[in-house]
Design a protein around this ligand. Sequence first.
Ligand code: ATP
Ligand code: MG
Length: 919
Amino acid sequence: MAMTGSELRQRFLDYFTRHGHTVVRSSPLVPAQDPTLLFTNAGMVQFKSVFLGEEQRDYKRAATAQKCVRAGGKHNDLENVGRTARHHTFFEMLGNFSFGDYFKDEAIEFCWELLTGELGLPKDRLKATVFTDDDEAFELWKKHAGLSDDRILRLGEEDNFWSMGDTGPCGPCSEVHFHQGDHIPCAEEQAGRKCLGPACECDRWLEIWNLVFMQYNRDASGKMTPLPKPSIDTGMGLERIAAVIQGKSSNYDTDLLRPLISHVERLAGKRYGADAEHDVSMRVIADHARAATFLITDGVMPSNEWRGYVLRRIMRRAMRHGRMVGLVEPFLWDVTKTVVEILGTAYPEIVEAQGRVAAAVQQEEERFAATLDLGMAKIDEYIRTHGRSVQVDAPARDPVRAASEARGAVGPAPTSKVVDGQFLFTLYDTHGFPTDLATEVFEEKGWTVPKEAMEKYDAEMEAQRARARAGASFGGATDGEGSVEIYRQLSAQLPKPEFLGYTEMATPARILALVAGGRRLTEASQGQTVEVILDRTPAYAESGGQMGDTGAITGRDGQGTIEDTYYRGGHLIVHRVRVIQGHLRENQEVAVSVESRRRQGLKLHHTGTHLLHAALRRILGTHVAQAGSLVAPDHLRFDFSHGASVKDSEVAKVEDLVNEHVQANIVVTPAEMDLNAALQSGAMALFGEKYGDRVRVIRIGDFSTELCGGTHLEATGQIGLFKVVAEGAVAAGVRRIEAVTGEAALRHVGQEEAALRESAGLLKIPPLELPQRLQKLLDEQKQLEKQLRELEARVAKGRAQELAASAKVVGGVSVLSARLDGLDAEGLRSVMDTLRERMSSGVIVLGSAMDGKVTLIASVSKDLTKRIQAGKLVQETAPLVGGKGGGRPDLAQGGGPDASRLDEALARVPGLIERWGAV
Ligand code: ATP
Ligand code: MG
């Protein structure tokens, strides 16, 4: 068998190790160094600051196998997936890097030697491309590869010039292409033109490796000056080189992906290769299962924003393709297991995250299932009713054509099937069906979604928002929807209030505006609740999980209580104030103060939260990321990503570690710095939050560094004591810890202690002996219950004798039906056994009510089962007690919840026998 994908990855890294490179681990898919980048999309991402000269490493040559996702942003291959043989959303990029060390000469030599020497690719199936005027690279390909002139193509800027951004490092690139064969379809050729070879979008000449020569620095004016130390960045898709080495013309046929397709084949009961459309779906599912697994592992969760939305889109697209191959039940979570089987050795993090990944995927599948089915049905209906007038049915899209169209290589097929924007809007607004998914479905069916449709969609959306605003302003609420519009206006008019609360607890201030019922007031009087905006304030507005401050506001002729503080209109700090005396007026000078006890509680629990976060990451691992947080004056709640359940011993360790840092009384130091400096100093950034340029960083010694705008203690010792009061799951892969600090912690411990003392008092033993004693009591109780059941059975057996005597003869058959309350099924059966021994021929039905539950047992002696069946007897009687049952002709059991009709059920038995049993 040819080399496996894993062997290939290793061969690549080994080759470059032998040539003086340091192997560096793949960085996560969520780029830590670049909060503006959607996902890591190339090997160079983790080395950006090294290339820029901002950071020094102790190596000048590196090699990596880097996890990459290209499903949005600048590099978006999402729509290519499934349709081309070479594109994935998730793929591995093999790369070698030189940071001002070697340059073009060695880069080309390494590349050629590895491909043709090490991996044995035939020279005559390879071609190289260089940038138009890069004669140097052209000559080096001739020198190292001995390629003739016609096997080195010169391509323009679009293909062969790379830059890091609008400014900064840039330079020409050079690619290596492999000839897969002219039998592979080419859209150009199908359109009557010539295949463009390596420059063509088809898969005949497959791009396998791209070498970037970082040679210039581009300034803001566009001028390029040579870099003093040019660098090398290369990237080769592992899946592509694996396909070439394994003699496959599709990445999906390699051992890196084919087992995933097989998994889908098994689930769907369909064969890959039997139906072109199904094949596309199977490839999409295989690809998207990988992307979902790796993204969730790296901390992305499906949501409606940014990274989370791209992940959600990927999963929903996979689900839709699942439906297309007949998979209705959640399936994608199951496919992620095969992803772990294939790639778990190379990326152990996915093994660790396995449970969390499967749970998150399954949950998303369950959540979207109904929406998907309804939306698809609506689309089908739309197509049926609106597509009828069209004469020619446009052919289903063929993959090559679709891929070329996506790039604008050929025009779309002529069609008059045009989607209306109103329909897309209703689909989204009423049924929650995502518009991008709907667009994709329509396009696949040969419909177009024109620009006008999207404009109409946007207009509907805007009208909808306006309706919401208008409707809400009638509400007259002091906060919430009604005030959206007024605060939009105010935030444009008023300056940003100054927040003094990091250092001050009281300050003079001026009232800038008073708002109530969505309208501005000039004054508010006693008894009224208004929202007050001040030019400066010590009150903290709720954010970052920390609740808003309360306090007081006092003017010359009036006074109010601040009940809460929050942001409105983006940056306006709003105080909800109840006027308790006199008046408060716009423009008036007032004194504002914050209630210090409550604030102190908030500080305790906020600093406590940081300690908890840091401790969780030490004890459970650095995959722990904040998923939600509440900082209240008397407790804290912290949600975090973690796949497994948290053991009691782990909770104890976390608690201990926090308390150690409380006792060490570490100084808490806030600092302002710019975001880059903050991230470089190792501060934990919370993904999904947006940071301005200047950020605040809270450091607690070496233990914790977090970006945070909240209010904190001066030193950890003030916490006194930290106690976890609850731990549990809130969603798949997300755990929650509730904890208390300071006085609240002491109160909690006090309450627990009182309960212990009281329990111990009841047993008249010292509290520490409680666990042992309780265990003993529980054991004894179990023993007693067992004895009781045995006794009851014995008593019942005794009664069996009496009962047997009470049998009646109905239609020539001995019939006994009796009620024996207080027996469970087992007890009834043992009585039944005794009765059966005594009555050689006959029918017995026993019923019992116990703990509000009825059990029925019926027995028919063998000589009678032709006419009377026990199963039928139970079927006829159990419904009376609100239940059901059944069994063999000679013995059956049933029951139900309604004990009040048990007598009626038993009384029915003779009648039934008469009906069935009459000879
Ligand atoms: P293509 O034109 O085929 O989309 P590209 O020019 O976008 O490729 P680069 O950005 O140069 O590719 O990335 C370097 C290498 O990574 C490529 O030569 C290829 O082997 C691999 N690669 C790029 N995009 C993908 C993808 N979506 N799926 C799999 N491999 C990829
Ligand atoms: Mg590309």
